[in-house]
Design a protein around this ligand. Structure first.
Ligand code: NAD
Length: 478
């Protein structure tokens, strides 16, 4: 396939030879065509990556924070410069629009730059001692080699958050990205190498996910597990990590409620909900999915939101006229069909969509189902696609109770012009992030985290970097 790189593993600073056993096929979700085959790590590959990350950890940890910062800052610059060219590869492998892909590489660049400087501020502290002539210090140290696992929905943005914070803290890393979107993370590895990262500090392996995670997490070399993906796999990896008493950061699924109050700015709320819903074809862990709309505007909002979703241009992400690209894989298409059909069978009213788009590729029309009973599968299964389900509420308390009724707790949103309503609801919502009149909850400098079944630990912001460190207490009698 022209313009699409051959997937390779990156171990100890070397791109491995192609022509290895295949773990999976990479397909273009807009056409269903084969793009490439992804290599399958052997046990020897995984052990080589473990040894490389162990050796490199000592080299990297001992560099000055300023030296690490300079390499990470340069990586960020390279990713931003290369974003237009790299965006095409991401669209080919993942399906999102090319402007979203370009924005994602720029975001990844910003994440590297922000962490570069934050790494220079990992301050410890001096504690006044009770013992005369002694000094008590708290040192902040990197944890060690990290095993990280990332999904296919943001194939550059999610790896960038993990890699940049870990490396800024002084850790090394072995990453198993999604086998479905290998090129984006390979581009990050190349930028790191071009920026002068010592060999082995960052490694990429691909393969059968369970084989890779068993070997890496089971190794005494790995000191922490960092995962983004589904709640089920997160739980499984946390159990594996627990056997070696290794800490985890888990960024898992969600089913985000949106409370739209009668006093919301109607036009702005509709426009924001439209943009939020179709972003990355809804394949975002914080995607708004349960639209809880207050009685007074329910009918009008459902009608206008439905019209807006119905007007979305869906098609190849390479065509800049399209607002929404293909779903990333055929599994998502099956889930869209299942959840929409189930919601309608339970008595939901299809307002728009509910059908595939085009006759090839994995396209699904943005869909809105209104009046969905709470018992329908759609109201408690994460859609992870361009589906919106609407239900009405009367009082603030009723809305908040429904919003909090699921085991998930990643993102929640409120649309209102009342500062009092916004403050009360933001306090009451059980979620790691709350957007008030916005769906933007992700920034390099801000923590991103879930509660309940959406995981634990933060990535991004100072909290994200801190998650790759431990404290050491030193008592020095002079
Ligand atoms: P999945 O759970 O099978 O895979 C998710 C990711 O986990 C993939 O990258 C996969 O390679 C990895 N994985 C799977 N088994 C693993 C193992 N044993 N060890 C290590 N890594 C493993 O799901 P999927 O079909 O790819 O996506 C469906 C669901 O995943 C969605 O409904 C959504 O809940 C979730 N998801 C969440 C995010 C997120 O950002 N939180 C991203 C992608 C997918």
């Amino acid at each position: 396939m022209p313009d699409y790189p051959q997937p390779r593993q990156f171990i100890a600073g070397e791109w491995q030879q192609a022509h290895r056993a295949s773990a999976a096929a990479v397909t273009n979700p807009a056409t269903g065509e084969l793009l490439a085959e992804v290599p399958r790590a052997t046990i020897q590959d995984l052990d080589d990556a473990l040894a490389a990350s162990d050796r490199a950890f000592h080299v990297w940890r001992d560099k000055s924070a300023a030296e690490r910062a300079s390499i990470l800052k340069r990586t960020g610059e390279l990713l931003r410069e290369r974003a237009p060219a790299l965006a095409r590869e991401m669209t080919l492998e993942q399906g999102k629009t090319i402007s979203e892909a370009e924005g994602e590489f720029k975001f990844a660049g910003d994440v590297f730059e922000w962490n570069a400087f934050e790494g220079m501020r990992t301050y410890g502290r001096v504690i006044p001692s009770r013992v005369p002539g002694s000094r008590q210090m708290v040192l902040i140290e990197p944890l060690g080699p990290i095993a990280a696992f990332t999904p296919w929905n943001f194939p550059a943005g999610i790896p960038a958050r993990k890699i940049a914070s870990a490396l800024a803290a002084g850790c090394s890393m072995i990453l198993k990205p999604s086998e479905e979107t290998p090129a984006s993370v390979m581009a990050i590895a190349q930028a790191l190498a071009d920026a002068g990262l010592p060999d082995g500090v960052f490694n990429i392996v691909f393969g059968v996910p369970s084989e890779v995670s068993n070997r890496l997490i089971g190794s005494p070399i790995v000191r922490k597990v960092h995962f983004t993906g589904s709640t089920g796999i997160g739980r499984h990896l946390a159990l594996l990590a627990a056997q070696g008493l290794k800490p985890c950061t888990l960024e898992l699924g969600g089913h985000a409620p949106v409370l739209v109050f009668d006093d919301a700015d109607f036009d702005k709320a509709v426009a924001t909900c439209l943009a939020g819903k179709i972003r990355n074809a809804g394949q975002v862990c914080t995607s708004p999915t349960r639209f809880l709309i207050q009685d007074g505007i329910y009918d009008a909002f459902v009608a206008r939101f439905g019209e807006a979703l119905d007007g979305v241009a869906v098609g190849s992400g390479l065509d800049r006229n399209n607002q929404m690209g293909a779903l990333a894989n055929s599994r998502r298409l099956e889930v869209m069909e299942d959840l929409t059909g189930d919601a309608i069978r339970y008595g939901g009213r299809l307002v728009c969509g509910g059908v595939r788009g085009g006759d090839k590729g994995y396209f699904w029309r943005p869909s809105l189902v209104a009046d969905v009973p709470g018992s329908a599968k759609a109201m408690h299964t994460e859609p992870f696609g361009p589906l919106a389900f609407a239900r009405r509420f009367s009082s603030l308390q009723e809305g908040v109770e429904e919003a909090n009724s699921l085991p998930y707790g990643l993102a929640a949103y409120v649309f209102t012009q009342s500062a009092a309503t916004a403050a009360t609801v933001a306090n009451e919502l059980q979620a790691g992030g709350v957007g008030i009149n916005t769906f933007t909850l992700s920034a390099p400098e801000a923590p991103f985290c879930g509660v309940k079944d959406s995981g634990y630990g933060a990535e991004g912001g100072p909290e994200g970097l801190q998650a790759f460190t431990h404290t050491k207490f030193v008592h020095h009698v002079l």
